[in-house]
Design a binder for this molecule. Structure first.
Ligand code: AMP
Length: 301
């Protein structure tokens, strides 16, 4: 695996079908599962590591975002990644980015409402990565369902010749969705955070026994998220991010909640199949502790 720092170096080193897995680093099994899928479907796997200041509306969140290039390099190498693109700030933004990408109506709901400017920052940096690295595929997690919708629509609207591939959410063994921010949770906060995934699983149970309306499904989540401050619980269209009154198409039930000073998001997607059936995707659970914690186990096994 080579660690490269400029767009041109990556383009020159890429051969055949090239896939990009964009990340902000501090890798965990959610990132690794995207890399494994990319590895199976491409000749060159590029992982980008860049903590993008443009997408942080909260400067404290940016300052404390976990970073460890050596650790990320080792994990990416073990995952069979060919090229690790770790651009310094001056490479990504040699001049202030006067050109910004806004995916209008997709960014007004949910995360867009709570994090002004966030999706503009995400769409702008992903547009730069797609234009600068020219991958044929890009792999993004369904964990960030609204982000996936924003990037798909941006790539479509701007005619980027790239397939955007969505990957299943990877969860810790008790259901908590993996996030680099989980390292900030102490034991008590982690217990409280668990209500988020438990609530989503309760909603998935209700869905599987016939519930379809947003009010019922959102209510199941709210009942369980008692130890965290909820920003929103919303059932939304998977492609437009417009709130829905019931599950009748590709959709996702999304939650954002704050536990102490850490803000977490999670969702369960509902996938409409060609015959008309709709299934709920509960994600994938690890069987043991996540690599996020190193020797410090978040849960007792
Ligand atoms: P981040 O480093 O948090 O910006 O995430 C980089 C990519 O990994 C994004 O496409 C995320 O949606 C994806 N991702 C983050 N957490 C998970 C997870 N638990 N399972 C699957 N994908 C994830």
């Amino acid at each position: 695996m080579r660690v490269l720092h400029t767009f041109a170096e990556v383009r020159e080193a890429s051969v055949g079908i090239t896939s990009l897995v964009p990340t902000m680093g501090y890798l965990h099994e959610g990132h690794l599962s995207l890399m494994a899928t990319a590895r199976g479907e491409s000749d060159t796997v590029v992982v980008s590591l860049f903590v993008n200041p443009l997408q942080f509306n909260d400067q404290e969140d940016l300052a404390r975002y976990p970073r460890d290039l050596d650790r990320d390099g080792r994990l990416a190498r073990e995952a069979g990644v060919d090229l690790l693109f770790a651009p310094p700030l001056e490479v990504m933004y040699p001049m202030p980015a006067l050109t910004r990408v806004t995916v209008s109506s997709l960014v007004t709901e949910m995360e867009g409402a709570y994090r002004p400017g966030h999706f503009e920052g995400v769409a702008t940096v992903v547009a730069k990565l797609l234009a600068g690295l020219q991958p044929q595929r890009a792999y993004l997690g369904r964990k960030d369902a609204q982000q996936l919708a924003v990037i798909r629509r941006m790539a479509f609207d701007l005619s980027f010749p790239v397939d955007i591939v969505g990957g299943q959410t990877v969860r810790e063994s008790d259901g908590l969705a993996l996030s680099s921010r989980n390292v900030f949770l102490d034991r008590n906060e982690r217990d409280r955070a668990l209500g988020i995934s438990r609530g989503l699983m309760a909603a998935a149970d209700a869905f599987e026994t016939g519930a379809r309306d947003a009010h019922t499904l959102e209510g199941k989540v709210r009942e369980m998220v008692t130890g965290a401050e909820v920003d929103y619980v919303t059932l939304a269209d998977a492609h437009t991010a417009v709130p829905l009154s019931g599950v009748d198409r590709d959709a996702f039930l999304a939650v954002a909640a704050r536990v102490g000073s850490t803000r977490l998001i999670d969702n369960v997607p509902f996938l409409a199949e060609p015959g008309g059936a709709i299934s709920v995707d509960r994600g994938f659970r690890l069987s043991g502790p996540s690599i996020l914690y190193g020797d410090r186990h978040a849960i007792d096994y």
